[in-house]
Design a protein around this ligand. Structure first.
Ligand code: GAR
Length: 192
């Protein structure tokens, strides 16, 4: 199963997927390309180091360029990993729903930005991370799998986000493996 990973910044989830592939932990999933909308995204360094072709797309030409890249590399699953752009309905239809995203909260709670700050303000004792199919909303698509992470006394955004990130790095590869194994399909597309 040919994968494209899309990032905007640090790229630690991208790196964890690459590492998982090296260890044989994502089954037949094969990371073919990295795409970024930010030329200075740190994650690009890891693609270079691992000889994974990477592409930086300008915001202007985005839609047409990404479709031709996905076509050219016969991409079957798009993994959003800290990709901070809304995915258009056209792109979702082009991929027939085969787009997943990781988000650092227990969706449907706390979609969007500034997640950890809002969780801490809410005094909710748990947070976590979610991998979900991407639909036309922001962090609203059908949930595939989640991990619960406790909010501890004395947590600040940095402490909470790094505890959650550790779980993200296990959750994303495990979900990608299950998708590659055929355990999950974007069923919501079939209803359209
Ligand atoms: C991750 O925590 C990811 O869950 C989050 O951005 C961070 C990217 O880190 N994504 C979202 O908030 C999407 N709504 P990374 O670039 O090190 O993988």
């Amino acid at each position: 199963m040919n994968l494209a990973v899309l990032i905007s910044g640090r790229g630690s989830n991208f790196s964890s997927l690459v590492d998982a592939q090296k260890k044989g932990q994502i089954g037949v999933a094969d990371i073919k390309i990295l795409i970024s909308n930010n030329a200075s995204a740190k994650g690009i360094d890891y693609a270079k180091k691992n000889k994974i072709p990477f592409f930086v797309l300008s915001d202007k030409e985005w839609e047409s360029e990404i479709v031709s890249l996905l076509e050219k590399h016969k991409i079957q699953l798009v993994c959003l990993a800290g990709f901070m752009r809304i995915i258009s309905p056209e792109l979702i239809n082009f991929m027939k729903g085969w787009i997943v995203n990781i988000h650092p909260s227990l969706l449907p709670a706390f979609p969007g930005l500034n997640v950890h700050q809002r969780v801490l303000e809410s005094k909710f004792p748990f947070s976590g991370c979610t991998v979900h199919w991407v639909d036309e909303g922001v962090d609203t698509g059908p949930i595939i799998d989640q991990r619960v992470v406790p909010v501890l006394k004395g947590d600040d955004e940095e402490k909470l986000s790094s505890r959650i990130l550790k779980e993200e790095h296990k959750l994303y590869p495990s979900v990608v493996k299950k998708i590659a194994d055929g355990d999950f399909v974007p069923f919501f597309m079939e209803e359209k």
